[in-house]
Design a protein around this ligand. Sequence first.
Ligand code: ADP
Ligand code: 5GP
Length: 214
Amino acid sequence: MTSDTKAGTARRGLMFVLSSPSGAGKSTISRALLKDPEIVLSVSVTTRERRPSEIDGVHYKFISVRQFQALRDQNELLEWAVVHGNFYGTPCGPVEDALADGRDVLFDIDYQGTQQLSEAARVDVVSVFILPPSMAELRARLERRAEDSDAVIAERLENAHEEIDHWDEYDYVLINDNLDETFHKVESILAAERLRRERSVGLGQFIERLKAER
Ligand code: ADP
Ligand code: 5GP
């Protein structure tokens, strides 16, 4: 729990979800957000191939289908889904540890995972959906990123419509045209959500003490 020692108050950690069609910019925004030491990334497991720039254990844990099925069947995943034909899932342990340690946890997961997290812990989940300014720009970003084959890019563009259809299940929806502006909005959402009354622990006692002062 993050505490304000002077007031004797603290707050519960929150689960901050970023989703978007592939290429809209959520990994870029996540990277910038993780400079804040109060939030840690939930590193997912996946069966998809590692991209050249990715580091095993940092961006994802890359595992086999068999290993994935074992984790899933032993209930070690907080949520999981098939996205673009690959398995992705969130291991429970690190998330529970981080929240118990008073940190917020950042999730880069799709709408299916967001639905599952919200079912399990709605009050602790804050979800943000990132849209591209246009489909042409989405394609251009996927091409500029140059980490996926043409076939993979085509599949991701194909799936973008299905992802976008879930925009209204999110607490916040942002159009990522200018990156700095979008990042500033995401930071502002996180800052405000951290201050919500429902996340405060000990505020009632603080108010009692305040009122008892003469
Ligand atoms: P996602 O994680 O949603 O798949 P990325 O964060 O990898 O997307 O972004 C895809 C590409 O688009 C990257 O090359 C990134 O640098 C670029 N990008 C992200 N946001 C913007 C933006 N607002 N304007 C221009 N390019 C952007
Ligand atoms: P990518 O292959 O581009 O890294 O991710 C593809 C999609 O899978 C993205 O929408 C990403 O948010 C989603 N994803 C990544 N990890 C997880 C996860 O653990 N669970 C779920 N449900 N989706 C994930």
